[in-house]
Ligand binder design. Structure first.
Ligand SMILES: *[C@@H]1O[C@H](CO)[C@@H](O)[C@H](O)[C@H]1NC(C)=O
Ligand SMILES: *[C@@H]1O[C@H](CO)[C@@H](O)[C@H](O)[C@H]1NC(C)=O
Length: 319
């Protein structure tokens, strides 16, 4: 029907949508659009996995960053939002730190992976995100040392991965100031360093012919295990109040948004389920809602038609 060139142009038009990580929420509260995030100069991908740009995108290692640092607590629920993406691939989150001042951290060096979603129930992470307004939710480890961290969000687009160097890394780094009980995570990886262009989760020559996405795991190794040093809450009633305190690192002036989180949870019993949850509360979780993970105290029963799928030690969701 269409001339070949036009057909190709249409196809390319559909598949070249680029994307950035542009907003985050802490326990449902956002500091604002692009606040706390080192926005790259464009929405183009990084493809050279050996460059410093693989840490926090183009010029993302520049310090001082002039970017605000967002206050969070260990164990908080983080939600990220990206621009729409039709590119198949995983999403991962990593931490760099603790450091004394996130705005002075280049991010070049040691990272630990704290979250990963690959291909679940027939859908890549980007498709799962598309169904929930391009958001993805995970929990910070409950055992983190207090201090500043870079939080790195990576969406790896695999639509060009059949070509060496064709995988597209979309990356954004947020600056967070963690209050935590102490603890540390392992293993850690080096960025740049840990990714190789020839890794079988970056260069997938048979991506369109015979590749089984259910076998896929994202680059950077396994999700780290974080050691408790303080122990979790033991009281029967666990009230969570969250304050989002944003300080502008360029002016030093606080611009404070305070809000009280809607999360107040009653801890009923404690048991371990297959999804890695440590507690049970009555109630039903909707599709894509959190249903488990270390430190999670909400309901674990999924709405009819979905099951609780473990994403990592800290997060399971109804899919
Ligand atoms: C990166 O930063 C340098 C130095 O500030 C600047 O000259 C260059 O234009 C920046 N690159 C991009 C792509 O914005
Ligand atoms: C999707 O996200 C955008 C940007 O944050 C927001 O304006 C919009 O209200 C959201 N839509 C829904 C249905 O939540």
């Amino acid at each position: 029907m269409y001339p070949l060139a036009l057909t190709i142009a249409l196809f390319v038009g559909v598949t070249t949508a680029h994307q950035n990580f542009h907003q985050l929420w802490v326990n449902g509260v956002t500091p604002g659009y692009q606040v706390g995030i080192r926005m790259p100069p464009s929405n183009n991908p990084v493809t050279d996995v050996t460059s410093n740009d693989i840490t926090c995108n183009v010029n993302g290692s520049k310090v001082p960053s002039g970017i605000a640092t967002v206050a969070v607590k260990a164990g908080d629920t983080i939600q990220v939002q990206w621009d729409s993406s039709t590119h198949p691939g995983p999403i991962t989150h990593m931490l760099y730190g603790p450091v004394s001042d996130a705005s002075m951290a280049t991010g070049v060096g040691s990272w630990t992976k704290i979250d990963e979603q690959d291909y679940v129930n027939g859908k890549w992470a980007n498709e799962i995100m598309e169904a929930v307004n391009m958001t993805h939710e995970f929990r910070l480890p409950s055992s983190l040392a207090s201090g500043d961290y870079l939080l790195r969000s990576e969406m790896l687009a695999l639509h060009g991965s059949q070509t060496l160097g064709g995988a597209q890394f979309y990356i954004g780094c947020a600056q967070i100031r963690v209050t935590g009980p102490g603890g540390s995570c392992s293993p850690s990886i080096q960025l740049p360093g840990a990714y190789k262009a020839t890794d079988n989760n970056i260069y997938i020559s048979n991506f369109y012919y015979g590749f089984d996405p259910t076998t896929y795991t994202a680059p950077g190794g396994p999700v780290a295990t974080c050691g408790e040093s303080g122990g979790g809450p033991s009281s029967a009633k666990l009230a969570t109040t969250s304050t989002l305190d944003v300080k502008s690192s360029s002016t030093g002036k606080p611009m404070t948004t305070t809000s009280t989180s809607k999360v107040t949870t009653t801890l009923v019993t404690s048991k371990t389920t297959s999804a890695g949850t440590t507690s049970t509360v009555t109630g039903t979780v909707g599709k894509y809602g959190q249903c488990g993970g270390t430190g999670y105290v909400g309901p674990t029963a999924c709405v009819a038609g979905t099951t609780c799928a473990k994403q990592n030690e800290y997060y399971a969701q109804c899919l």
